[in-house]
Design a protein around this ligand. Sequence first.
Ligand code: UDP
Ligand code: MG
Length: 322
Amino acid sequence: MLIEIILNVMINKKICIIVPVYNEQFNIKKIVSEIEKTIKKIKYKFDILFVDDGSNDNTFKILNNLSLKKKNVKVLKFNKNYGKESALAAGMNFASNYEAAITLDSDLQHPPILIKKLFDEWKKGHPMVLFIRKENKGSSKIRHLFSIMFFKFINFFLNFENLKFSTDFRIYDKKIITEFNTAPVMNGLFRVRIDSLGFDYKILEFSAPKRLHGDSNYSLYKLIKIAVLSIFDFSMKPLKIIVIFSSLFFLVSSLFLFFLLVDYFFLNYLSILPRTIIASFNLFITSINFLVLGTVCIYLNSIKNLISVKKIYNIERKLNID
Ligand code: UDP
Ligand code: MG
């Protein structure tokens, strides 16, 4: 054990704790002291990386003071607010030389004391260990219901599992960090991006306490927007539904037109009027429109995937980072 610790220190093996912050001036000191209390008990070196997601309160000032006192507190500051998902992605990009990374919220809803559990399971060899919420004390019944619908909705479209009530309170091994940083940049939920990589994981459960200070920055609108982005970036299902629908429409309308024409010209069984033929021809043409639209959608998706190397954040300042 002692040899392992000495070796870790000598070869500079470290874990990066990534904390996204947006207007969290009243929570920072507490989260740092809680994290420090926990990591003191773990025989490993840790850096704490705060990603300031364009805060407009005193968050950056407080982080600046902290970083002057503590060299292991590092800060990336965005030029504006890009959202938690981008902040977490920036943290992973930064952590490329670390042995593992841990992500957690700054409002103490992900209790830092549980970092030890993540660490222990990672040490046993799990590439990812994640916490699932058994209970969320800060959440209303409506939000809870919405959360269930959110997971069901996303899972309907994705071909990999986005676990119900899973959180971003996780540890990722170096191989996940590397894979994440080389995979195409995507919009949508950070944890959907991680889950899409397909690594093995171990699940732990926790009960999320109330936010320490302030209110949640995630409005219903933001959540819906992010769910939609997760689906469009990771799933072909909406396009498949369009293609199936338009193919069926095409099939039905062409059969309909065919039978009308046969009856009109040869059988005269239904005594069809010419305008019925014209209307049904219109239907047929509309179905072709849908079919073409479906095909264009598929190409759009391929093109989007090809050009998806885009920046989802911009860094304005760095503290304690070369
Ligand atoms: N956060 C962020 N950018 C945002 C919104 C939130 O970096 O635009 C951070 C926030 O400071 C916190 C974490 O993401 O550390 C979770 O945010 P919040 O508590 O508002 O979300 P909820 O707990 O409701 O999911
Ligand atoms: Mg919260």
